[in-house]
Design a protein around this ligand. Structure first.
Ligand code: ADP
Ligand code: ASP
Ligand code: MG
Length: 437
């Protein structure tokens, strides 16, 4: 069976964990391993970029701390750390040089890519030191996006085929998640948490049967374990359910991960590096359709945009004009509800919200409100089964609900609430739909 294994930040976050990763990889006889940056790296580099773009100068203390973390890790991991010392020295020199000549987005992306680059190189050094045949792939030679920001999957497949064919059958390929090149050939990335998506794309491009996402928890839980006690892993779920949960905020999986796997019928496994024996979650086309309520997730930083217009009454073409404005600003819409004279939409990208609302004002009374969360309940919420939506809304009866989206599919209900009510809502839904049943 052909597998692609991806390990997240905590999984490669220390020498001890990297050793665990090596034993999992060798045990599984996988050929391609996709790595994130050591935990804390991307956050630190993003903070550095923010300081640079705001003219606050280089965060030298933070950068030195990060460098120290890498040096400690390689000192512990490798018996001969000379090559790693050079790599770390060169990388931090590059970061400092780029920071000194900081020129905006292009510099920021070059800086933030260094975490994945260093981590993957260090891991490949370790495998080689242990006597294994390992090759480091620079994924920016194969993963590139087009002008619309979409990954060129045909180029990825042909490049990877070429690269993989250059080594013999028992070589273990180590590469970076997250990073890529854009249509100008500059270093770019697939967005925060994007290593999962990289692994799925690489799985599809190499004809894998399975993509394993190794992280710090034993699979997709039925609710957000950061806010709710007593959550449990779901053993089996469908691509549709997993995609919906990831899209509506389940942080364990980047929302784009499922799409290439569904398209190529590649099973996705979510596994725990810190407890490899735990079963984890398997995501396939069929899933487990026996339960009414499967899981709950929440997505923050949601802005609701409202348009109220008497002109909408009995008019056709009104929604098209609304959507065209969002399309112009390349801003995806998450939820939508309509009445005969009003439309409410939600977005999670606020970059152009003011410009969008200004243009919408030509169509009616337009406004926006930030600080909301979408709560999504996923399950077998069939249209012809009475009481399911009532059950869900009843669980959070004391919380004001601003929008409800139901009926588009029979597998989810999404509700918009004020973010300050999010944790209470997650807990109430947990008590009502999972514990007291
Ligand atoms: P990695 O660095 O390995 O990519 P992430 O931090 O991106 O890991 O994702 C794992 C984290 O996702 C877990 O530690 C957990 O706190 C969080 N999480 C949020 N919602 C869920 C959920 N429904 N099931 C499992 N984990 C979740
Ligand atoms: N290192 C990147 C991040 O922290 C990508 C990832 O871990 O998936 O967002
Ligand atoms: Mg992640």
């Amino acid at each position: 069976m052909k597998k692609v294994l991806k390990f997240g930040g905590t999984s490669v976050g220390s020498a001890e964990n990297m050793k665990k990763v090596a034993s999992i990889v060798l045990d599984q006889k996988s050929k391609v391993v996709v790595l994130s940056a050591m935990s804390g790296t991307t956050d630190a580099l993003v903070a550095l970029n923010a300081a640079l773009s705001e003219g606050r100068g280089i965060l030298e203390e933070k950068l030195s701390e990060l460098e120290g973390k890498y040096r400690r890790c390689t000192g512990e991991l490798l018996s001969d750390s000379k090559e790693a010392d050079t790599l770390i020295g060169d990388t931090f020199a590059f970061i400092r040089k780029t920071a000194a000549r900081y020129s905006g987005d292009k510099s920021a992306k070059a800086i933030v890519a260094q975490g994945e680059k260093m981590t993957s190189a260090i891991f490949a050094m370790y495998l080689k030191e242990c006597g294994h045949k390992a090759a480091l792939i620079d994924i920016t030679e194969a993963m590139r996006t087009d002008e619309s920001g979409a990954v060129d999957t045909a180029f990825l497949a042909s490049k990877l085929r070429e690269i993989l064919s250059q080594s013999d059958g028992d070589t273990l390929f180590v590469t970076q998640g997250f990073i890529c090149r854009d249509s100008n050939g500059d270093i770019s990335n697939l967005g925060r948490g994007g290593s999962d998506y990289s692994a799925a794309l690489i799985g599809a491009a190499t004809g894998a049967d399975e993509v394993q996402i190794w992280t710090d928890i034993d699979g997709m839980h039925n609710n957000d374990p950061r806010y709710v006690e007593g959550t449990y892993p779901i053993r089996h779920m469908s691509f549709n359910e997993a995609a919906e949960l990831a899209y509506f905020g389940a942080k364990i999986l980047h929302p784009s991960t499922i799409q290439p796997c569904r398209e190529h019928d590649i099973a996705v496994k979510l596994k725990n590096t810190l407890d490899p024996a735990a079963e984890g979650t398997t995501i396939t086309a069929t899933g487990d359709s026996s339960k009414k309520y499967h899981a709950v997730a929440a997505k923050d930083d949601i802005t609701v945009v409202r348009i109220c217009s008497a002109r909408m009454l009995l008019a056709y073409g009104f929604l098209r004009r609304v959507f065209e404005i969002f399309e112009k600003y390349r801003t995806p819409i998450d939820m939508i509800t309509t009445s005969e004279v009003a439309v409410s939409l939600t977005i999670d990208d606020n970059t152009y919200v003011e410009a969008i609302v200004e243009e919408l004002s030509a169509l009616g009374n337009a406004s926006y409100e930030r600080g909301n969360s979408i709560i999504c309940v996923v399950g077998k919420i069939e249209h012809d089964t009475p009481g399911l939506v009532a059950d869900i809304l009843d669980s959070i009866r004391e919380i004001p609900v601003k929008m409800v989206s139901y009926g588009a599919s029979s597998r989810s209900v999404a509700m918009l609430i004020n973010s300050k009510d999010k944790i209470t809502a997650l807990r109430r839904l947990n008590d009502h739909l999972f514990v007291n049943r």
